[in-house]
Design a protein around this ligand. Structure first.
Ligand code: 13P
Length: 250
């Protein structure tokens, strides 16, 4: 069965609730009736309630940008899966490279967050990807394999049913340097092979692997034409309704 592509917006630390409502007011009419791909918007936590309300009864789902592994507790600044579910949020990003680079996120904490999301029934978008020095040193495949092995550690194929992986080469994020479709497809194949080792062939062949890193309306169709690329995780170009709609309709 062909994998349904997922086009996700990662707004990072942009937009207020008011700006979120304005985005949905303009964006929803541009993608209404679009069923070919799954569409998800991941705003900051403070915009989630506004986003869920605005996207109600539409073809757009809402996701968080991170989740803690405990259900509640003395963890200042964190939020739990049950808090996301209480807002009718359905997706969540884990292990984004900005969390890894700037906020001490490790392969082990990514794994804990991933497991908590899966346990709760959220659809996790688990990010992996190499930094420039790793690519230049020929270490890309090793890095991707390590990040997958550690993130998926002690997760069963049954539990992982909703898992989505996003390949985001760190050197392509916010830099305007997109990986070529061929280069991205090669990295995706490495991830899929690792998923086959860990979860088995059937699981891996239905696993969606998104590409992220300077995806724009102008390069989306070439990327999406690759059989290995099952969607996109979009930062900067997802902040503008027209530009994100342009990517969704690649
Ligand atoms: P840009 O699309 O701004 O390069 O960001 C990619 C990204 O990090 C999405 O999670």
């Amino acid at each position: 069965m062909p994998r349904k592509k997922l086009i996700a917006a990662n707004w990072k630390m942009y937009k207020t609730p008011e700006q979120t409502l304005a985005f949905f007011r303009d964006f929803l009419p541009l993608v209404s009736g679009h069923r070919r791909d799954e569409i998800v918007v991941c705003p900051p936590y403070t915009d989630l309630a506004a986003a869920v309300e605005a996207a109600k009864a539409s073809n757009v789902a809402v996701g968080g940008q991170n989740v803690h592994w405990k259900d509640e507790g003395a963890f200042t600044g964190e939020i739990s899966a049950s808090m996301l579910l209480a807002l009718n949020v359905t997706h969540v990003i884990v292990g984004h490279s900005e969390r890894r680079q700037y906020f001490c996120e490790t392969d082990d904490t990514v794994s804990l967050r991933l497991k908590a999301a899966l346990e709760a029934g959220l659809t996790p978008i688990c990010c992996v990807g190499e930094v420039l020095e790793e690519r230049e040193a020929g270490l890309t495949d090793d890095v991707l394999r390590r990040q997958c092995v550690r993130a998926f550690h002690s997760v069963s194929a049954k539990k992982a049913a909703k898992l989505v992986v996003a390949y985001e080469p760190v050197w392509a994020i916010g830099t305007g340097k997109t990986a070529t479709p061929e280069l991205a497809a090669e990295a995706h194949a490495v991830i899929r092979r690792e998923a086959t080792e860990i979860f088995g062939e059937a699981f891996a062949s239905s696993l969606r692997i998104l590409y992220g890193g300077s995806v724009k309306p102008e390069n989306a169709s070439a990327l999406m034409a690759e059989e290995e690329i099952d969607g996109a995780l979009v930062g900067g170009a997802s902040l503008d309704p027209k530009s994100f709609a342009g990517i969704v309709k690649y």
